[in-house]
Write a protein that binds this ligand. Structure first.
Ligand code: SAM
Length: 194
């Protein structure tokens, strides 16, 4: 499904980084960054432009090819890995930054992944997440079609036990990030530090 969605010349989520990531990462010093479900690479390329050494993981080979093209266009290098997050093991104590931007996977996969996010960060490392909450179903301006794939603040705080939360909110905001994410949206935003 994602390969089909990405099989167009345009970047369906745009080529600019996610708004929350751009603001949240401003205070994070460059280091090793892991981008989960990174798709066409807008966030990975932005992080590389900020000096991060980036690995972008996604199950869509088409998306990651576009990520490499964007990196080349912007004159930076990123590493990409085609992998299903259901099978992907996050290297422990290895990352200064992990991002998850609108990366909606089934709850069983997400819970295991988030436990590995905590152990995958180096001490002082930062996790940045933005995702749609179940309230997004009423807005219909992007995101998955079922509540099971959405995230809540309470659920994330539980799944990410071990992080200190510097930002942790559910809010509504105008999301204008490519033609598939445009309009008023209901999101949860997390900046957590190990
Ligand atoms: C809404 S897109 C967001 C892409 C990117 N993070 C961004 O903000 O532009 C969700 C991404 O998650 C990826 N994805 C969904 N399920 C996945 C899985 N099980 N394993 C790896 N990637 C997955 C999709 O391929 C897609 O690129």
């Amino acid at each position: 499904m994602w390969n089909e969605r990405y099989a167009t010349d345009d970047y369906v989520y745009g080529t600019e980084p996610n708004d929350f990531l751009r603001a949240a990462v401003a205070s994070v010093p460059p280091g090793r960054a892991l981008c989960l479900g990174e798709g066409e690479g807008r966030n990975a390329v932005y992080l590389a432009q900020q000096g991060f050494d980036v690995l972008a993981v996604d199950s869509s080979a088409v998306g990651l090819q576009k990520a490499q093209r964007l990196a080349e266009d912007r004159g930076v290098r990123i590493e990409t890995l085609v992998a299903d997050l259901a099978d992907y093991a996050i290297e422990p104590d290895a990352w200064d930054l992990i991002t998850s931007i609108f990366c909606h996977v089934p709850a069983s996969i997400r819970k295991r992944l988030h436990a590995e996010v905590v152990t995958g960060l180096r001490p002082g490392g930062v996790f940045i997440l933005e995702a749609y909450t179940p309230a997004q179903l009423e807005w219909g301006t992007g995101g998955p079609p079922t509540a099971e794939l959405m995230m809540t603040l309470d659920g994330l705080v539980e799944e990410l036990d071990g992080l200190d939360f510097e930002e942790a909110v559910e809010r509504e905001r105008d999301v204008v990030e490519g033609r598939l994410h445009t309009g008023r949206g209901a999101v949860v935003q997390i900046l957590g530090r190990r």
